[in-house]
Design a protein around this ligand. Sequence first.
Ligand SMILES: Nc1ncnc2c1ncn2[C@@H]1O[C@H](COP(=O)(O)OP(=O)(O)OP(=O)(O)O)[C@@H](O)[C@H]1O
Length: 292
Amino acid sequence: MFRRFLCSSLSCTHLQPPFFPPKPLISKIPNQTHIKSNIIRPFPTTPRLFSQMGDARRPSSIPIPTLEKADRSELLRALEASLGSAFSSDPLWPEPNPLIIVISGPSGVGKDAVIKKLRETRESLHFVVTATSRARRPNEVHGKDYFFVSKEEFLGMVERDELLEYALVYGDYKGIPKQQIREYMAKGYDIVLRVDIQGAETLRRILGNSAVFIFLMAESEAKLVERLIDRKTETKEALLVRIATAREEVKHVRNFDYVVVNAEGKLENAARLVESIIDAEKAKVRQRSAVI
Ligand SMILES: Nc1ncnc2c1ncn2[C@@H]1O[C@H](COP(=O)(O)OP(=O)(O)OP(=O)(O)O)[C@@H](O)[C@H]1O
């Protein structure tokens, strides 16, 4: 990257910096005088660089000392003079954009479980608390797991356009408050949205490729059903609906960017893979850029 940086700021078509000479030149460099002449020659053809420097820093006036004898700052000054500009301490690459990560998958696959693990390991994530009109389960906390609101309150939020997306899921409303996302993105947090497949499809239409979509999957249908049974939160009718829906939902995986298998007893691996996806997204040259 350093090499590319120098090239772009110094117009490589004219300049051969001493530390990156083309191969055939290496054998022809007998001493520093020769190196200097190689560097200096092109500068009169690059007036933009000269205009940034006083006359005192013209390349011809500062010879580059030998590496063995010179102290570091002296060497730096001479190199800067020879190259025609000061070495900048500014970051070579900007901070990555805050990311919106959509985590979805069939009911019972482990979305909440994976998110709980991520919460423990990753401070830079904000997990958006969804508003829902569903009744609170015994172990759930208002404002942490969901904002539990009445149907009337929920519809009021819809009317005021306060939700990024909402849906009727198994007879209950669920929706994502916009303000929370804006607030935390402004503070530099990455945003995690936990939605069902229907919600993910809507978000894909709204956000397109500006967000990253992760599909969480069990290793088999049998394991998924076992997990739902063991959770003991559903009636047998609700269980049937969830399983039938899950069969359909798996077909939607191709609308996602990544698939993560949350295998039995391997919750940590699944959470780690989600983290790796986030890391890779952060290192992308072409960053996603979401505006809510
Ligand atoms: N890798 C795993 N191995 C074993 N059990 C798991 C694993 N992941 C999750 N579970 C368990 O499976 C059950 C379902 O998980 P969870 O509630 O997180 O699913 P969910 O996708 O959030 O479901 P829903 O969409 O219905 O809310 C929970 O009891 C959870 O503890």
